[in-house]
Design a protein around this ligand. Structure first.
Ligand SMILES: [Ca+2]
Length: 191
């Protein structure tokens, strides 16, 4: 028994020291997440369609506050990547994503400050699911598209824009919860 305890103490010391080494190697970099949850209500789609577009309302990023909380600021942010993007049908209970053939999600922001969200230069695809299984149900997890989205997250407001194809009409409105998680890599202030 004593041997086991001694071994456990040695092992935990090894783990402890390795963690410290890793922190040193990272040279005072920090990583944290920004998460947004939005509710969308989609009107019934009368026909099957190759491409339906639906833009959500503007959402506050609160990025400046989040940066401050994590002891960093805009100028020290290295990159912002999409970690996760998923959709959940909240109502009706019988809803399913099986009416969709594919879905692409874009992030939009007024990068040049002219008050307009420009489709060509201020809208970029962040995640998609190009094949949707027929047994999908109410939860749909999209594949993130690698890239640096910091210029969008730096703005006070962003919009999510959804584009999808349908294989049949939908008879009732769908209430959706869209959750996006971004991973921020930044340097810490004062280093
Ligand atoms: Ca603009």
């Amino acid at each position: 028994m004593k041997k086991i305890i001694t071994l456990a103490v040695i092992l935990s010391s090894i783990v402890f020291y390795s963690c410290e080494d890793i922190v040193d190697e990272l040279d005072k970099l920090t990583q944290f997440e920004l998460e947004f949850t939005e509710d969308f209500t989609y009107p019934p789609a009368p026909l099957f369609a190759d491409s339906i577009r639906f833009d959500g309302p503007p959402v506050s990023t609160n990025s400046d506050t989040t940066f401050k909380t994590n002891n960093t600021e805009k100028e020290l942010v290295q990159d912002v990547q999409v970690k996760q993007l998923d959709l959940t049908i909240i109502a009706p209970d019988s809803g399913s994503f099986d009416f969709m053939n594919y879905i692409r999600v874009f992030i939009m922001a007024d990068l040049n400050g002219d008050g307009i969200f420009d489709d060509e230069t201020e809208r970029i695809e962040v995640a998609n699911k190009m094949t949707i299984p027929t047994n999908i149900g109410t939860f749909l997890k999209l594949d993130p598209i690698p890239g640096d989205y910091k210029q969008f997250i730096f703005q006070d407001e962003i919009k999510l824009s959804l584009q999808y194809g349908t294989n049949r009409a939908t008879l009732f409105p769908l209430k959706l919860d869209v959750r996006s998680v971004f991973n921020v890599n930044a340097k810490i202030l004062g280093v």
